[in-house]
Unconditional design. Sequence first.
Length: 497
Amino acid sequence: MVEIKKRVVNIKMFIDGEWKDAENLQTRPVINPANGEVISYAPEGTVADARAAIYAARHAFEAGVWSGISAQERASYLFKIADKIDEYAAELTELETMDNGKPLREAGFDVADAAACFRYYAGLITAPDGQTYHVADPMQAMVVREPIGVCGLIVPWNYPLLMSVWKIAPALAAGNTIVYKPSEVTPITPKKLFEILEEVGLPKGVANMVMGAGPVVGNEIASHPEVDMVSFTGGTKTGKHIMKTAADTMKKVSLELGGKSPNIIFADMDLELAVDYALFGIYAGSGQVCSAGSRILVEESVYDQFVNRFVERARKIQVGTGNDSSTEMGPLVSEQHLEKVLHYIELGKQEGATLACGGNRIVRDGLDKGYFVEPTVFIDVKQKMRIVQEEIFGPVVVIQKFKDEEEAIKLANGTVYGLAGAVFTNDGAKALRVVKKLRAGITWVNSYHPTYNEAPWGGYKQSGVGRSLGTFGLEEFQEIKQININLQVEPVGWFSN
Ligand code: NAD
């Protein structure tokens, strides 16, 4: 058991290079989800705070203190940030566990990934880009990529550090200035990250952080005319609101939203391995992962066998506090979210699904004040049920049966979401056939969850618009400019007089 320190003091916002309280001095308690204790108070930012951050970012952008320096210089800052993340890795890991609840080993992966993401974009921004075109003489046509301007970045609580870095690293690499808003539930590692940005000497106003409620601070970022682009990760409902709000000022929007991803298991797959991956697919992060394999589809000939083994192993998952090294699954992030997940479990029962295991809040000694839920499995579900259609975002999985490839694909694609999906089979051609038919942006064959800074991340359908990570993730934060140069100026000859 790692003894995690009890409190984090002095959470402030970072606006125009200074640490600030909310202008009206209001705060919001920050809770440790493992025990319900208040670990800090964060500023409850206002519209005025959001505007101050937006103006600081606008001023820094127009002054060219960031967009005007070379890509190599910007890259050198990003490399330094990555090095600092590594230097503070132990502290960041502990803070992430304390704030979000995830086990230390999960938080540790996130921190390492965050450093790697900064390095990736530091390298990418100095790689060749742009294009030239073979147009008729004497013209020369080319395309260059430019920063968009002021980018609003709004993130959720499930990966407080990593989701932030997926946006901050490419946005800064591209030369933008940013107004960033962490989730109100998890402001602690964001605060540490901004201390790092300050420590490496990022010019004033380039990176600004405002905390506070989504409908207040987030809404101001999405609607303000001085914000040129909004990149949002969160729920589909909020994403729709942001898209509508941003439309008034015709902002570019990039949306990473919810999912209800299918995990398809064919009978020819080694059953033990399929169960192993499927458990990881849903219960990693306590199911609070956008790409979680929350719908398992199993070929009917092995369905009963699969369910029995899956339930047997789900019951054995060690649920506990994130700082306990024997913990395999941590708590949910907040009391409010706990209530939402428990509500869905009740709903599943009312809809007529059979609870094969779990379904309860865990109130045993030591966990009774935290927000822990048993790994939960529903069977005998129908495609129309809300527990099959809607994102629960907790340790709750439905296991469905299919008779052939065609039915598997129909069920898999039968929700409004299209974020991720996986296929397990020993038949390579079948795997590719099925994956190609999945209406989803991220797919795996005989695996679940690996994610790479180098490869694009994002969803089809109502799971989002645009892509994070990879070259695509950088392009989200760039404008494309066409430049046409006349290499021999002569009269146009269009008008005779
Ligand atoms: P959420 O939509 O409630 O909140 C996300 C962020 O939006 C928060 O910072 C919140 O304060 C802000 N916000 C809320 N209302 C707003 C408004 N009216 N205007 C502007 N901003 C507003 O989501 P959450 O509960 O924090 O996170 C869970 C969701 O995030 C899940 O649906 C999950 O699938 C999704 N998610 C998606 C990805 C992905 O890559 N597709 C990754 C992680 C999480």
